[in-house]
Design a protein around this ligand. Sequence first.
Ligand SMILES: Nc1ncnc2c1ncn2[C@@H]1O[C@H](COP(=O)(O)OP(=O)(O)OP(=O)(O)O)[C@@H](O)[C@H]1O
Length: 659
Amino acid sequence: MKFEEQESIDDSSKETVLKPEIEENEAFEKIEPMLDYGNIKSSKDIEVPPLLIDQVIGHEESIETIKKAAKQRRNILLIGDPGVGKSMLAKGMAQILPHESLEDILIYPNVEDNNHPLIRSVPAGEGKKIVKATKGSAKNHEEKKTLITTFVIAAIVVIGFMYGRILEAIIAAALILLISIQIKPKNNNMSPKLLVNNEDKRFAPFMDATGAHAGALLGDVRHDPYQSGGLGTPAHERVESGMIHKANKGVLYIDEIGTMTMKTQQELLSAMQEKKYAITGQSENSSGAMVRSQAVPCDFVLVASGNLQVLEGMHIAMRSRIRGYGYEVFMKDSMEDTPENRKKLVRFVAQEVKNDGRIPHFAPDALDEIILEAKRRSGKQDALTLKLRDLGGLVRSSGDVAIEKGADLVTAEHVIEAKKFSRTLEQQIADRSIKQRKEYSMVHPEGGRVGLVNGLAVIGDRSGIVSPIAAEAAPAQSKEGGKIIATGKLGEIANESVQNVSALIKKYTNKDISDYDIHVQFIQTYDGVEGDSASVSIATAVISAVEDIPIDQTVALTGSLNVRGDVMPIGGATAKIEAAAESGIKKVLIPKSNMKDVMLEKKYEDMIEIVPTETLSDVLENILISGSKKDRLIEKMRNLSSKVASKVSKSQIEKPATN
Ligand SMILES: Nc1ncnc2c1ncn2[C@@H]1O[C@H](COP(=O)(O)OP(=O)(O)OP(=O)(O)O)[C@@H](O)[C@H]1O
C-alpha cells in the first residue's frame, strides 16, 4: 500500500491531507478461519442479551462485583483505560437496581417563608397527577374569575351608556380589569412543580454527570430580576433539580471525577452521606442564592471512573467513602485468546451492528478479520483487546464500506478496506512522518554511520515510527568531568539512559564516560512519542560514537536496557516492526521476550528480518558493521561474559547453598 498526498480544496492554507491510496493489484489474502461458525451464516444469527450488563464482554470478575454492589446499593470506583466499557458497566448496573422504589419529587411554595420552598416525595407516576390536579382546579378558578370580570365590565359599560356617563364607565371598567389581573387565585400560586419525574421508568435512573458544573450536578435556583412588587416568579418555580437528585434510587456516573473542583467533590460527598441535599442558587450574585429549598432526596449509587491518574485529583474522603462503602475495580485491557472469548467478540460485533442500526451484519470471514484485529490490537500473541470502543469504530466503518458498495453483508474485504480508511490521528501522523522521512531522505536504510542509530518508538496507542538517534562523543571540556547533553523532546530519558548504561560502556569499552562530553539527539521527535524503549538505541549510539564503530543503517532496534546490560521487553513491538519495514529497513532487533507479541500484517512478513536479542552484546553483534574495531569489542565482551560465567559457577561450587 502506498500513500498519496491530496490537497484540500476549500482551505486557503492548502493543508495537505494524507489519504491511503489503494493499489489496484494489492492482493486480498484470506486468513486462516478463527472460529468454527457451524450454522451461523452471519452475525444476524447471534442472539444479543437484552440486559446491558450481560452484553459486557471480558470483564466477568467486574460484572460479579457490580451485581453484588447493585444488590447492596454500594458505590463503585472503576479504574481502567478509555473505551473498555466503564460507562457501559455503570449503565448496566442501573438496569439491575430495583426500580419499584422509584419516587417523584415535588416542590411546593412555603407560605411562611417564601425563600424556603417545601419538598415532598411521592411514588413514581403520582407527581404528574398531583400537578395536573392542582393546575386543573386553578384553571377552573381562573375561568370563573374571567367570567365574573367580563360580566361586571359589561354591566358597567351598559349602565354608563344608559345614564350618559360613558367616560366614568370606561375608567371604572379599566380599573376593574387591572385589579382582576393583579389578583391571582390562591390555588395557582400554591400549585407545586415537578422537580424529578420518574413516570413510566422501566429501570432505575442513570445519570452521566461527567464534566457537569456545580449547578447541573447539585441543582440551582434561577435568577429573577422582578423581585419587587409581587411581579416575580415564585421561588419554588425557579428551583431546578441537579443530577444527584435525578439519580435518586439510581446510578450517578462520573468519569474523571478527579477533574472536579474540591468544593464540588466535598458537596457531593455530603450529599452521599446525608442522602439528601438542599438546592440553592450556585451564583452568589444571583437572587437565586437567597432561596434554599428543604432537603431534596438524592439516594444514589455513585459509580466513579477514570484511569489511575484520576486518583491524584480525587478528594481523599471521597475515595475512602467508596472504599468503605463499596468496591474498587481495576479493569482489564485485554482477555485471553480462547475460542470462548472469540465467540464473545463475535457477539460484540452483533451488538454493535444492532445498536448502530444502520449497517449490515457481518459474514464469517469479516468476523475472522475482526478477531484477528482484536488480537493484533492487544499487542500480545495470546490475547484479545478489550478496548472495544475503538474496535467498535472499525465495525462501524466496515459497515459503511459495505453500504457504499451496495453489499448485503460485510465481508473480510470491507473490513480490510475500512482499516485503511479509519486510521487514528496518531497513525496518520506516523504515516506522514514515514513519507516525509522518505522524501527528505532522513532515514537512510543503507551503509554505515558512526553514532547514528535507527531507534523505534510508538505514537499514541499503536502507531510505530522510526526515530533516529544521533550521539557524538568529544573529550570533556571541563575539569569536573564530562557532561551528557541531550537535546530534543526526550532529553530527560536520554540523560537517564546514558547514566544507566555508563557502567556497561565502561565495562565493554574500558573508557570512562565522564572523560567525554556526550551529545545525544532525538532527530525530529514528535509530540506523544513514547521513549522508555529507547535506552538500547541510546546505548548503541553512544558506544558507536565512543569507539568509532559504524552502525548498520539497514537495521533498526528497540528495547529497554537495564543496568546489567539485559534487554528488557517493550510495548508496541508489532507497530514498530511494521514502521521499520515501511521505511525500507531490512532487519529489526527486538527483545527476545517480545517475540511472542509479533503479529505482522501479511504484506510485511517477507519485507523484514526479525532478530531477537537478550543482551547488549547481542545487539552490538548484530548492528555494528564488521571490522577490526568491532571484532576487538565483541572479543572483549565475550571474554567478560565468560569470566562472569566462570566466576558464578566457581562461587557456586565453593559456597553451596546453606538453606
Ligand atoms: N467490555 C465491553 N463489552 C462490550 N462492549 C463494549 C465493551 N467495552 C466497550 N464497549 C463498546 O464501546 C462503547 C464505549 O464504551 P464505554 O463508554 O463504556 O467505555 P469507557 O470505558 O466508559 O470509556 P471512557 O472512559 O472513555 O468513557 C460501549 O458503548 C460499547 O459499545
